[in-house]
Design a protein around this ligand. Structure first.
Ligand SMILES: *Cc1c(COP(=O)(O)O)cnc(C)c1O
Length: 408
Protein backbone atom coordinates (compact mmCIF):
# COMPACT_ATOMS: atom_id res chain seq x y z
CA UNK A 1 0.00 0.00 0.00
CA UNK A 2 1.60 3.33 -1.04
CA UNK A 3 1.49 5.87 1.74
CA UNK A 4 2.66 9.00 -0.09
CA UNK A 5 0.07 10.74 -2.28
CA UNK A 6 2.64 11.10 -5.05
CA UNK A 7 2.56 7.28 -5.28
CA UNK A 8 -1.24 7.06 -5.18
CA UNK A 9 -1.78 7.07 -1.42
CA UNK A 10 -4.44 9.28 0.22
CA UNK A 11 -3.31 12.95 0.47
CA UNK A 12 -2.60 14.34 3.95
CA UNK A 13 -4.75 17.39 3.17
CA UNK A 14 -8.44 16.60 2.93
CA UNK A 15 -10.13 19.97 3.52
CA UNK A 16 -9.46 22.51 0.70
CA UNK A 17 -7.61 25.77 1.46
CA UNK A 18 -9.32 29.13 0.77
CA UNK A 19 -9.03 30.05 -2.93
CA UNK A 20 -7.29 33.23 -4.06
CA UNK A 21 -8.24 35.90 -5.03
CA UNK A 22 -11.09 36.52 -2.62
CA UNK A 23 -13.95 38.81 -3.68
CA UNK A 24 -17.60 39.43 -2.90
CA UNK A 25 -20.35 41.98 -3.50
CA UNK A 26 -17.94 44.79 -2.57
CA UNK A 27 -15.84 44.28 -5.72
CA UNK A 28 -18.93 43.59 -7.85
CA UNK A 29 -20.67 46.79 -6.71
CA UNK A 30 -17.52 48.89 -7.05
CA UNK A 31 -16.95 47.75 -10.64
CA UNK A 32 -20.58 48.38 -11.53
CA UNK A 33 -20.36 51.86 -10.04
CA UNK A 34 -17.30 52.71 -12.16
CA UNK A 35 -18.96 51.26 -15.25
CA UNK A 36 -22.13 53.27 -14.86
CA UNK A 37 -20.33 56.47 -13.87
CA UNK A 38 -18.63 56.45 -17.30
CA UNK A 39 -15.50 57.74 -15.55
CA UNK A 40 -13.04 54.94 -16.28
CA UNK A 41 -9.72 56.72 -16.01
CA UNK A 42 -7.87 58.08 -13.09
CA UNK A 43 -7.51 61.75 -13.79
CA UNK A 44 -11.12 62.88 -13.29
CA UNK A 45 -11.93 59.80 -11.19
CA UNK A 46 -12.48 59.33 -7.46
CA UNK A 47 -11.74 55.63 -6.83
CA UNK A 48 -7.99 55.52 -7.42
CA UNK A 49 -7.59 58.83 -5.61
CA UNK A 50 -9.49 57.49 -2.59
CA UNK A 51 -7.51 54.25 -2.72
CA UNK A 52 -4.19 56.14 -2.63
CA UNK A 53 -5.27 58.03 0.45
CA UNK A 54 -6.68 55.01 2.28
CA UNK A 55 -3.75 52.73 1.45
CA UNK A 56 -1.19 55.34 2.54
CA UNK A 57 -3.07 56.13 5.72
CA UNK A 58 -3.41 52.42 6.59
CA UNK A 59 0.38 52.20 6.21
CA UNK A 60 0.85 55.27 8.42
CA UNK A 61 2.33 57.27 5.53
CA UNK A 62 1.45 60.77 4.36
CA UNK A 63 1.31 60.17 0.60
CA UNK A 64 0.29 57.41 -1.78
CA UNK A 65 0.73 57.31 -5.57
CA UNK A 66 -1.02 54.47 -7.36
CA UNK A 67 0.79 53.16 -10.45
CA UNK A 68 0.37 50.44 -13.06
CA UNK A 69 2.39 47.74 -11.24
CA UNK A 70 5.06 47.08 -8.63
CA UNK A 71 7.90 47.19 -11.16
CA UNK A 72 6.80 50.63 -12.32
CA UNK A 73 6.50 51.72 -8.68
CA UNK A 74 10.23 51.00 -8.28
CA UNK A 75 11.07 52.73 -11.58
CA UNK A 76 9.09 55.86 -10.70
CA UNK A 77 10.59 55.95 -7.18
CA UNK A 78 14.15 55.75 -8.55
CA UNK A 79 13.36 58.47 -11.10
CA UNK A 80 12.01 60.68 -8.31
CA UNK A 81 15.28 60.13 -6.41
CA UNK A 82 17.17 61.42 -9.44
CA UNK A 83 18.95 58.10 -9.89
CA UNK A 84 20.46 57.69 -13.35
CA UNK A 85 23.64 57.01 -15.30
CA UNK A 86 26.70 56.29 -13.18
CA UNK A 87 24.75 55.68 -9.98
CA UNK A 88 24.84 52.45 -7.98
CA UNK A 89 21.85 50.97 -6.18
CA UNK A 90 22.40 48.22 -3.60
CA UNK A 91 19.86 45.40 -3.87
CA UNK A 92 19.58 41.91 -2.37
CA UNK A 93 20.67 39.07 -4.64
CA UNK A 94 17.62 37.02 -3.59
CA UNK A 95 14.52 38.81 -4.88
CA UNK A 96 12.30 39.15 -7.92
CA UNK A 97 14.22 40.60 -10.88
CA UNK A 98 12.26 43.88 -10.74
CA UNK A 99 14.19 45.08 -7.68
CA UNK A 100 17.38 45.07 -9.77
CA UNK A 101 15.95 45.73 -13.24
CA UNK A 102 14.37 48.98 -12.01
CA UNK A 103 17.90 50.28 -11.33
CA UNK A 104 19.00 49.19 -14.82
CA UNK A 105 15.94 50.87 -16.32
CA UNK A 106 17.16 54.09 -14.71
CA UNK A 107 20.59 53.53 -16.31
CA UNK A 108 22.12 52.72 -12.91
CA UNK A 109 24.05 49.65 -11.74
CA UNK A 110 22.29 47.30 -9.32
CA UNK A 111 25.00 46.12 -6.91
CA UNK A 112 23.96 42.69 -5.66
CA UNK A 113 24.65 41.75 -2.05
CA UNK A 114 23.84 38.58 -0.19
CA UNK A 115 20.92 38.10 2.19
CA UNK A 116 21.10 36.94 5.82
CA UNK A 117 21.16 33.17 6.34
CA UNK A 118 17.84 32.78 8.14
CA UNK A 119 15.75 35.85 7.26
CA UNK A 120 16.51 35.81 3.49
CA UNK A 121 16.37 39.63 3.67
CA UNK A 122 19.29 41.88 2.67
CA UNK A 123 22.22 41.63 5.09
CA UNK A 124 22.68 45.19 6.45
CA UNK A 125 26.41 44.72 7.08
CA UNK A 126 27.07 43.51 3.54
CA UNK A 127 24.92 46.38 2.24
CA UNK A 128 27.04 48.88 4.17
CA UNK A 129 30.27 47.28 2.95
CA UNK A 130 29.09 47.66 -0.68
CA UNK A 131 28.63 51.45 -0.43
CA UNK A 132 30.89 53.52 -2.69
CA UNK A 133 30.97 57.20 -3.62
CA UNK A 134 28.49 56.38 -6.43
CA UNK A 135 25.91 54.67 -4.21
CA UNK A 136 22.61 56.53 -4.17
CA UNK A 137 20.23 54.06 -2.57
CA UNK A 138 19.66 50.72 -0.87
CA UNK A 139 16.51 48.79 -1.78
CA UNK A 140 15.40 46.40 0.97
CA UNK A 141 12.95 43.60 0.20
CA UNK A 142 10.70 42.33 2.98
CA UNK A 143 11.00 38.72 1.93
CA UNK A 144 7.76 36.79 2.11
CA UNK A 145 6.30 39.65 4.18
CA UNK A 146 9.01 39.43 6.85
CA UNK A 147 10.42 42.94 7.34
CA UNK A 148 14.15 43.32 6.72
CA UNK A 149 16.12 44.74 9.69
CA UNK A 150 14.78 48.27 9.44
CA UNK A 151 16.72 49.48 12.52
CA UNK A 152 20.08 48.68 10.96
CA UNK A 153 19.10 49.65 7.42
CA UNK A 154 17.77 53.10 8.36
CA UNK A 155 20.95 53.68 10.43
CA UNK A 156 23.23 52.69 7.52
CA UNK A 157 21.32 54.87 5.06
CA UNK A 158 21.40 57.88 7.41
CA UNK A 159 25.09 57.45 8.25
CA UNK A 160 26.08 57.44 4.56
CA UNK A 161 23.52 59.99 3.35
CA UNK A 162 21.86 57.63 0.88
CA UNK A 163 18.20 56.75 0.35
CA UNK A 164 16.54 53.66 1.78
CA UNK A 165 13.70 52.42 -0.42
CA UNK A 166 11.54 49.51 0.72
CA UNK A 167 10.37 47.07 -1.94
CA UNK A 168 7.31 46.02 0.03
CA UNK A 169 5.72 43.98 -2.77
CA UNK A 170 5.39 41.10 -0.26
CA UNK A 171 4.58 43.14 2.79
CA UNK A 172 1.17 44.82 2.68
CA UNK A 173 0.24 45.33 6.32
CA UNK A 174 3.56 44.03 7.73
CA UNK A 175 4.82 45.88 10.82
CA UNK A 176 8.18 46.62 12.40
CA UNK A 177 7.98 47.69 16.05
CA UNK A 178 4.24 48.34 15.69
CA UNK A 179 4.57 50.56 12.63
CA UNK A 180 3.51 49.52 9.12
CA UNK A 181 6.39 49.10 6.67
CA UNK A 182 6.90 51.28 3.58
CA UNK A 183 7.89 54.70 4.91
CA UNK A 184 10.84 53.92 7.20
CA UNK A 185 13.19 55.35 4.59
CA UNK A 186 12.38 57.77 1.76
CA UNK A 187 9.49 55.55 0.66
CA UNK A 188 8.23 52.13 -0.22
CA UNK A 189 6.68 50.36 -3.17
CA UNK A 190 3.92 47.74 -3.32
CA UNK A 191 2.50 45.43 -5.98
CA UNK A 192 -1.09 44.35 -6.55
CA UNK A 193 -0.24 41.64 -9.08
CA UNK A 194 -2.42 38.52 -8.93
CA UNK A 195 -0.30 36.55 -6.42
CA UNK A 196 0.09 39.41 -3.94
CA UNK A 197 -1.92 39.74 -0.73
CA UNK A 198 -4.19 42.41 -2.26
CA UNK A 199 -4.83 42.32 -5.96
CA UNK A 200 -6.52 43.83 -8.97
CA UNK A 201 -4.65 41.48 -11.32
CA UNK A 202 -2.05 44.20 -11.79
CA UNK A 203 -1.31 47.42 -9.94
CA UNK A 204 1.26 49.17 -7.78
CA UNK A 205 1.73 51.88 -5.15
CA UNK A 206 4.44 54.19 -3.86
CA UNK A 207 4.09 55.55 -0.32
CA UNK A 208 6.19 58.20 1.39
CA UNK A 209 6.21 60.85 4.11
CA UNK A 210 8.47 63.14 2.08
CA UNK A 211 6.73 66.03 0.27
CA UNK A 212 9.47 66.68 -2.31
CA UNK A 213 9.83 63.01 -3.22
CA UNK A 214 6.05 62.69 -3.49
CA UNK A 215 5.76 65.69 -5.81
CA UNK A 216 8.42 64.35 -8.16
CA UNK A 217 7.10 60.80 -8.11
CA UNK A 218 3.55 61.95 -8.73
CA UNK A 219 4.65 64.15 -11.60
CA UNK A 220 6.81 61.38 -13.12
CA UNK A 221 3.88 58.94 -13.04
CA UNK A 222 1.64 61.43 -14.87
CA UNK A 223 3.68 62.61 -17.87
CA UNK A 224 5.49 65.29 -15.87
CA UNK A 225 2.29 67.11 -14.93
CA UNK A 226 1.62 68.75 -11.56
CA UNK A 227 -1.69 68.51 -9.70
CA UNK A 228 -3.86 71.58 -10.17
CA UNK A 229 -1.84 72.84 -13.14
CA UNK A 230 -2.94 72.98 -16.79
CA UNK A 231 -3.26 69.57 -18.43
CA UNK A 232 -0.75 70.41 -21.16
CA UNK A 233 1.89 71.81 -18.85
CA UNK A 234 4.71 69.32 -18.28
CA UNK A 235 7.34 70.17 -15.69
CA UNK A 236 9.66 67.17 -15.55
CA UNK A 237 10.41 64.16 -17.73
CA UNK A 238 7.74 61.58 -17.01
CA UNK A 239 5.62 58.89 -18.54
CA UNK A 240 2.14 57.44 -18.09
CA UNK A 241 2.11 55.07 -15.12
CA UNK A 242 -1.45 55.85 -13.99
CA UNK A 243 -3.68 53.16 -12.48
CA UNK A 244 -7.19 52.87 -13.94
CA UNK A 245 -10.40 53.47 -12.02
CA UNK A 246 -11.34 49.79 -12.40
CA UNK A 247 -8.31 48.76 -10.43
CA UNK A 248 -8.67 51.56 -7.90
CA UNK A 249 -12.25 50.44 -7.22
CA UNK A 250 -11.30 46.77 -6.81
CA UNK A 251 -8.34 47.65 -4.58
CA UNK A 252 -10.48 49.85 -2.33
CA UNK A 253 -12.66 46.78 -1.75
CA UNK A 254 -9.61 44.52 -1.24
CA UNK A 255 -8.21 46.96 1.32
CA UNK A 256 -11.28 46.49 3.54
CA UNK A 257 -10.13 42.87 4.15
CA UNK A 258 -6.39 43.45 4.45
CA UNK A 259 -6.18 43.98 8.20
CA UNK A 260 -8.18 40.89 9.10
CA UNK A 261 -6.37 38.77 6.50
CA UNK A 262 -2.87 39.84 7.54
CA UNK A 263 -3.74 39.27 11.22
CA UNK A 264 -4.85 35.74 10.31
CA UNK A 265 -1.79 34.99 8.19
CA UNK A 266 0.51 36.33 10.89
CA UNK A 267 -1.13 34.18 13.57
CA UNK A 268 -1.08 31.09 11.36
CA UNK A 269 2.55 31.82 10.46
CA UNK A 270 3.56 31.82 14.13
CA UNK A 271 1.58 28.62 14.70
CA UNK A 272 3.44 27.01 11.77
CA UNK A 273 6.74 28.28 13.27
CA UNK A 274 5.95 26.24 16.40
CA UNK A 275 4.66 23.17 14.57
CA UNK A 276 7.39 22.99 11.93
CA UNK A 277 10.27 23.71 14.34
CA UNK A 278 9.56 20.31 15.86
CA UNK A 279 10.13 18.52 12.55
CA UNK A 280 13.65 17.26 11.81
CA UNK A 281 15.29 19.10 8.90
CA UNK A 282 12.78 21.98 8.80
CA UNK A 283 13.79 25.50 9.89
CA UNK A 284 11.20 28.28 9.48
CA UNK A 285 12.35 31.69 8.17
CA UNK A 286 13.54 33.54 11.27
CA UNK A 287 11.02 35.60 13.18
CA UNK A 288 12.13 38.59 15.27
CA UNK A 289 10.34 40.10 18.26
CA UNK A 290 10.52 43.53 16.55
CA UNK A 291 8.23 42.15 13.83
CA UNK A 292 4.82 42.86 15.27
CA UNK A 293 3.10 41.63 12.13
CA UNK A 294 4.25 39.62 9.15
CA UNK A 295 1.82 39.94 6.22
CA UNK A 296 3.09 36.53 4.98
CA UNK A 297 3.07 36.83 1.22
CA UNK A 298 4.44 33.31 1.56
CA UNK A 299 5.41 30.99 4.39
CA UNK A 300 9.09 30.18 3.87
CA UNK A 301 11.10 27.40 5.51
CA UNK A 302 14.53 25.89 5.00
CA UNK A 303 14.59 22.23 3.96
CA UNK A 304 17.60 20.14 4.96
CA UNK A 305 17.55 17.08 2.74
CA UNK A 306 19.82 15.20 5.16
CA UNK A 307 16.78 14.69 7.39
CA UNK A 308 14.82 13.40 4.36
CA UNK A 309 17.05 10.55 3.12
CA UNK A 310 18.83 13.10 0.83
CA UNK A 311 15.68 13.67 -1.27
CA UNK A 312 16.36 16.85 -3.33
CA UNK A 313 14.27 19.95 -2.62
CA UNK A 314 12.33 19.81 -5.91
CA UNK A 315 11.36 16.17 -5.30
CA UNK A 316 10.22 17.06 -1.75
CA UNK A 317 8.13 19.91 -3.20
CA UNK A 318 6.47 17.55 -5.70
CA UNK A 319 5.58 15.19 -2.87
CA UNK A 320 4.26 18.11 -0.76
CA UNK A 321 2.09 19.38 -3.63
CA UNK A 322 0.72 15.86 -4.09
CA UNK A 323 -0.25 15.83 -0.40
CA UNK A 324 -2.40 18.91 -1.15
CA UNK A 325 -0.11 21.72 0.09
CA UNK A 326 0.25 24.55 -2.48
CA UNK A 327 3.73 25.97 -3.00
CA UNK A 328 5.40 28.58 -5.16
CA UNK A 329 8.97 28.63 -6.45
CA UNK A 330 11.65 30.55 -4.52
CA UNK A 331 13.64 33.15 -6.46
CA UNK A 332 16.78 32.02 -8.28
CA UNK A 333 19.74 34.22 -7.27
CA UNK A 334 19.90 37.28 -9.53
CA UNK A 335 23.62 36.86 -10.34
CA UNK A 336 22.76 33.54 -12.05
CA UNK A 337 20.16 35.08 -14.38
CA UNK A 338 21.05 35.31 -18.08
CA UNK A 339 20.59 39.06 -17.74
CA UNK A 340 23.79 39.13 -15.65
CA UNK A 341 25.76 36.08 -16.84
CA UNK A 342 25.47 37.08 -20.52
CA UNK A 343 26.47 40.68 -19.83
CA UNK A 344 23.19 41.94 -21.34
CA UNK A 345 22.66 44.17 -18.29
CA UNK A 346 25.56 46.32 -19.49
CA UNK A 347 23.42 47.57 -22.39
CA UNK A 348 21.56 49.75 -19.88
CA UNK A 349 24.77 51.30 -18.48
CA UNK A 350 26.94 54.03 -19.94
CA UNK A 351 30.43 55.51 -19.73
CA UNK A 352 33.07 53.89 -17.55
CA UNK A 353 30.40 51.96 -15.64
CA UNK A 354 29.40 50.01 -18.76
CA UNK A 355 32.96 48.77 -19.23
CA UNK A 356 33.96 48.27 -15.59
CA UNK A 357 34.61 44.87 -14.09
CA UNK A 358 31.66 44.28 -11.76
CA UNK A 359 33.53 42.08 -9.31
CA UNK A 360 30.49 41.38 -7.11
CA UNK A 361 29.09 39.11 -9.85
CA UNK A 362 31.83 36.59 -8.98
CA UNK A 363 30.79 36.37 -5.32
CA UNK A 364 29.55 33.04 -3.97
CA UNK A 365 26.35 34.49 -2.40
CA UNK A 366 25.93 31.43 -0.14
CA UNK A 367 22.72 32.61 1.52
CA UNK A 368 21.02 33.55 -1.76
CA UNK A 369 21.90 30.06 -3.01
CA UNK A 370 20.44 28.63 0.19
CA UNK A 371 17.25 30.65 -0.41
CA UNK A 372 17.06 29.55 -4.04
CA UNK A 373 17.73 25.84 -3.75
CA UNK A 374 16.92 24.87 -0.16
CA UNK A 375 13.77 26.77 0.78
CA UNK A 376 10.12 25.85 0.30
CA UNK A 377 7.42 28.53 -0.05
CA UNK A 378 3.81 27.80 0.92
CA UNK A 379 1.43 30.18 -0.84
CA UNK A 380 -0.37 32.90 1.12
CA UNK A 381 -3.90 31.56 0.55
CA UNK A 382 -3.00 28.49 2.65
CA UNK A 383 -2.30 30.82 5.59
CA UNK A 384 -5.86 32.14 5.36
CA UNK A 385 -7.01 28.72 6.59
CA UNK A 386 -7.66 27.74 10.21
CA UNK A 387 -5.62 25.96 12.90
CA UNK A 388 -6.66 22.58 11.57
CA UNK A 389 -5.23 23.53 8.16
CA UNK A 390 -1.89 24.45 9.78
CA UNK A 391 -1.90 21.11 11.58
CA UNK A 392 -2.46 19.37 8.26
CA UNK A 393 0.51 21.21 6.68
CA UNK A 394 2.73 19.98 9.49
CA UNK A 395 1.27 16.46 9.20
CA UNK A 396 1.98 16.39 5.44
CA UNK A 397 5.65 17.30 6.01
CA UNK A 398 5.97 14.79 8.85
CA UNK A 399 4.45 12.09 6.63
CA UNK A 400 6.94 12.82 3.83
CA UNK A 401 9.79 12.72 6.36
CA UNK A 402 8.69 9.32 7.65
CA UNK A 403 8.42 7.92 4.11
CA UNK A 404 11.29 9.83 2.48
CA UNK A 405 13.05 6.66 1.28
CA UNK A 406 10.08 5.91 -0.96
CA UNK A 407 10.94 9.07 -2.94
CA UNK A 408 14.41 7.89 -3.92
C1 LIG B 1 5.83 41.19 -7.44
C2 LIG B 1 7.12 41.85 -7.11
C3 LIG B 1 7.56 43.02 -7.77
C4 LIG B 1 6.94 43.56 -9.01
O1 LIG B 1 5.61 43.73 -8.98
P1 LIG B 1 4.74 43.65 -10.35
O2 LIG B 1 3.45 44.27 -9.91
O3 LIG B 1 4.61 42.21 -10.69
O4 LIG B 1 5.42 44.44 -11.38
C5 LIG B 1 8.70 43.66 -7.30
N1 LIG B 1 9.40 43.16 -6.28
C6 LIG B 1 9.04 42.02 -5.65
C7 LIG B 1 9.87 41.55 -4.50
C8 LIG B 1 7.90 41.32 -6.06
O5 LIG B 1 7.56 40.19 -5.46
Amino acid sequence: MPKLAIHGGPPAKTKPFPVWPIFDEREREALKEVLESRVWWRTPGTKTLAFEQEFASYHQAKHGIAVTNGTHALEVALAALGIGAGAEVIVPNATFVATASAALFAGALPVLVDVSADSYCIDPELAEAAITENTKAIIAVHMGGRPADLDQLTAVAEKHGIALLEDAAHAHGSEWRGRKVGAFGIGGTFSFQASKTMTAGEGGMIISDDDDFERLARSTHDCGRLPGRWFYDHFVYGSNYRLSEWQGAVLLAQLTRLDEQTARRHANGRLLDRLLSELPGITPQSHDSRITRNGQYAYIFHYDKRAFASVPTDRFVEALEAEGIPTQAPYPPLHKLDLFTSGAYRDRLSGAQARANHEFLNDAFPNSQREAWETVWITQNALLGDEEDMGEIAAAIRKIGENARDLL
